[in-house]
Design a protein around this ligand. Structure first.
Ligand code: ZN
Length: 270
């Protein structure tokens, strides 16, 4: 009897196991994220390489708003959120955090991906809630040179906020003064990561941006069309739509198709 039960169990379980094995990792991650469960560990395998005067810069989409930059021996993580246990060989020398919301700031993730002595930078509200005593607060608009072991990295902050969008009349999802994007200069390339923002005047006024990352998640930031108009305002040489869950980044790419000096790169963030 016991044997029959075991066999019957296998008949039920085997197709189930097969079905689970056939579900692509991405849909599991998507489903987990929607349910608020722990998503599988980040393990990005695809990077873009850009030449700089300090050697190749590798740009890796990690997920949602999380980005990794690698140059020489150094790694810079922006908004590390989620499980980085599979990325222990790509620990951060520098971590930049844009805002206090859970899809940008997660103390556990930041700690887990930081090298010993890593520099952690966030706006004052992030600094206050992060609970990492060695973190450094940079206010909106502040500029500084971060000294990593073998390279200086100029960091400029760019305010990130809503102009019109908010949860109710008179409120904004991202009030001015709290969150910020960053311009990171690596080997004379200026990389701009916007954070959660609409196309505020400070972004429209940016100059000489080599690579930009713009968000388009509604109702919090911009539509793909608005983000495309924003790219037209400051004309980065390369622009990545990121943080785009629920939007079609192809709409963004189509809206910029006629702009021969702006290259749109669509990559997988989810
Ligand atoms: Zn966000």
């Amino acid at each position: 009897m016991k044997n029959r039960h075991t066999k019957l169990g296998l008949w039920v379980i085997a197709p189930l196991l097969l079905a689970i094995a056939l579900i692509p990792a991405r849909s599991i991650r998507e489903a987990a994220a929607q349910q608020g469960d722990a998503a599988p560990p980040h393990n990005p395998t695809v990077s873009d390489v850009i030449e700089t005067t300090a050697g190749d810069l590798r740009i890796t989409p990690v997920g949602h708003a999380s980005i990794m930059f690698e140059i020489g021996e150094r790694a810079i993580h922006v908004d590390p959120v989620g499980d980085y246990s599979e990325m222990r060989n790509r620990r951060a020398d520098l971590i930049l955090i844009t805002d206090i919301h859970g899809d940008h700031m997660n103390a556990e993730s930041a700690r887990s991906i930081a090298k010993v002595g890593a520099v952690v930078i966030g706006p004052p509200d992030v600094y206050r809630s992060l609970g990492i005593p060695t973190a450094i607060a940079y206010a909106n608009g502040e500029t500084s040179l971060v000294n990593l072991p073998d390279m200086g990295v100029p960091i400029e902050t760019v305010p990130a906020y809503n102009l019109t969008r908010g949860p109710s009349e008179g409120e904004l999802y991202h009030p001015q003064g709290r969150g910020q994007g960053y311009i990171i200069t690596l080997g004379e390339r200026r990389i701009f990561v916007s954070g959660d923002t609409e196309c505020v005047p400070e972004i429209q006024a940016l100059e000489n941006i080599d690579v930009a990352f713009l968000p388009m998640n509604l109702p919090f930031t911009m539509t793909p069309e608005e983000a495309a108009d924003c790219a037209k305002a400051f004309r980065p040489s390369i622009v990545y739509p990121y943080h785009y869950r629920g939007q079609d980044p192809q709409v963004f790419a189509d809206a910029l198709a006629a702009e021969s000096d702006i290259e749109v790169r669509l990559r997988e963030w989810y």
